[in-house]
Design a protein around this ligand. Structure first.
Ligand code: SF4
Length: 81
């Protein structure tokens, strides 16, 4: 007998996300737009580290996560290898 166990990631940390209070627009700006405001909010966020770790672990390609832009996360991933 084959049983498959489906687990869902523990995303409880997201309840403290400051971006949940501000809306997603800052964090997913139009291409070429500034991410400065998103980064300012991330700098004050109590779960910044968990957020960045989640984005890196789940290969989130778009938007600002954990205070880093798409390009910054890509650079961090490359230096980590
Ligand atoms: S670090 Fe930034 S993107 Fe991540 S949860 Fe906090 S405010 Fe949102």
């Amino acid at each position: 007998m084959h049983t498959e166990m489906i687990t869902t990631p523990d995303l409880a940390w997201q309840e403290e996300a400051l971006c949940a209070q501000t809306g997603a627009d800052f964090f997913f700006p139009e291409p070429g737009s500034s991410v400065r405001d998103a980064k300012r909010i991330c700098a004050l966020c109590p779960i910044r580290s968990a957020c960045l770790e989640y984005a890196l672990s789940n290969d989130e390609r778009f938007g600002v996560w954990g205070g880093l832009s798409e390009k910054e996360r890509l650079a961090l991933r490359r230096t980590a290898h």
